[in-house]
Design a protein around this ligand. Sequence first.
Ligand SMILES: *[C@@H]1O[C@H](CO)[C@@H](O)[C@H](O)[C@H]1NC(C)=O
Ligand SMILES: *[C@@H]1O[C@H](CO)[C@@H](O)[C@H](O)[C@H]1NC(C)=O
Ligand SMILES: *[C@@H]1O[C@H](CO)[C@@H](O)[C@H](O)[C@H]1NC(C)=O
Ligand SMILES: *[C@@H]1O[C@H](CO)[C@@H](O)[C@H](O)[C@H]1NC(C)=O
Ligand SMILES: *[C@@H]1O[C@H](CO)[C@@H](O)[C@H](O)[C@H]1NC(C)=O
Length: 403
Amino acid sequence: MCSGFAVLLLLLTQNRCLLGQMCSTIDKFVNVRGILENTRIKTEPFMTSRSVGLMSCLRSCATYSLCNAFNFQDSSGTCELQREAVMDENIEDFNGYLTSNLSSWTNKDINYCQNHMCGYNAICEPRLNSYICTVIGCFDSAEPFANKTTFTKKIYDFGDIVDTPCQGDYYTNVTVQCSVAGTWTPFTCYPYQQVRNCKYLHEQCNPTLTDDEYWLYPPSQNGVRTKVYCHNMQTVDPEAFITLNEHNFASKSIYVYDESCLKIKADDVTISTNALGVTAFMKINFAPGTGVVRDDYTFAITNHSVQSFGTAGDCVDDSYKCTPLGNFLINLSGTGLIVDPDISWVADSASSEVTTINDENRVISGTCGKGCSGCSPSSTIKLVPDPNNRPPIESAIRPICTL
Ligand SMILES: *[C@@H]1O[C@H](CO)[C@@H](O)[C@H](O)[C@H]1NC(C)=O
Ligand SMILES: *[C@@H]1O[C@H](CO)[C@@H](O)[C@H](O)[C@H]1NC(C)=O
Ligand SMILES: *[C@@H]1O[C@H](CO)[C@@H](O)[C@H](O)[C@H]1NC(C)=O
Ligand SMILES: *[C@@H]1O[C@H](CO)[C@@H](O)[C@H](O)[C@H]1NC(C)=O
Ligand SMILES: *[C@@H]1O[C@H](CO)[C@@H](O)[C@H](O)[C@H]1NC(C)=O
């Protein structure tokens, strides 16, 4: 202990340069207790300044309650103030840097600011034989549901606004700004309401909302936040849809085969009497209470006759050995939902051939047909949460109830 201090004092008195700025000093500190050479703390500094000398970097650290250690780069005079003390776990080798705990230095080096009592949002300024605290910004918040990480990331400047002051499932209705007094605009973090469907959203939560994507909590999804498109929001009967990001279609093919398996268009009578056609779906109608997909073609495009979601068929002669022409594709990627795993695809009649490919109930495709029939789901298609493919939080609105 004594010898360490002796070396330090010796260096301080012998080397005038230390008390000034911008001089190469690292070499002379090699043996000083507490300084690690060619090393730095790798965590993000809460403050960085350039073109300062070692002593002024040290004193800068001493002025902040937040500062426990500093990195100093001799060649550039870069001074990085660190919240964490120097420890084996947070340092890395880095040529030209040195790092040191503030506690390794004496009051003599840092004037009256050692052990000062200034707040985290203030700096200590030495005076003749004491110090004063000068508020320089805002730091931390006492609001219990504030995002701590955000508020303690740095000392915010006067006038700074915090974008998302609350934790993930909370919101505030005020703009949270740092005042010149070093305090934040008073705010409360409220939990987001868990709205169950579009009708409730319009009638009981916020009547001004328009058709859009919203995060809702449909009873069928067991508390899982679900991305729902609310349609007809400014009417008495808003409805829920799921927006499909990928190609989704159902077809009862308007083509058939000739004897040599060459594809030819069926005649108009066959097309109309058997309701052949193809439907592409952009959104599907969703019942929030049950999770069921309803037959609805509001957001679909059809050629000839409409085809139900997840069905396929054709009027290929069932005596032909050609593969069926009807097909469907369900691709729920990016919706956050999958088809209930209990559902399978079954033949509509004894004549139909059914081939399906199912990828995690998220992407299901089928080739079905023969004899003016095909395949359809074993029961009404029901959607359940997709554990592995959630849409990004910013892709829909988290509604705030005003009623
Ligand atoms: C810095 O301070 C920490 C915590 O007080 C201590 O564990 C560590 O050994 C010190 N490191 C150096 C290099 O002085
Ligand atoms: C706090 O905000 C950061 C980003 O600013 C985010 O990554 C983190 O998840 C948030 N923490 C909580 C508890 O919401
Ligand atoms: C924020 O919400 C609170 C409580 O509902 C209310 O008293 C206050 O007026 C609201 N402030 C603004 C700016 O909307
Ligand atoms: C309907 O027919 C048109 C013209 O042949 C075609 O471009 C379009 O892709 C078809 N629509 C569907 C849903 O297959
Ligand atoms: C389904 O969508 C995913 C995501 O875009 C894509 O990678 C995949 O190829 C699609 N599957 C089919 C069969 O179209």
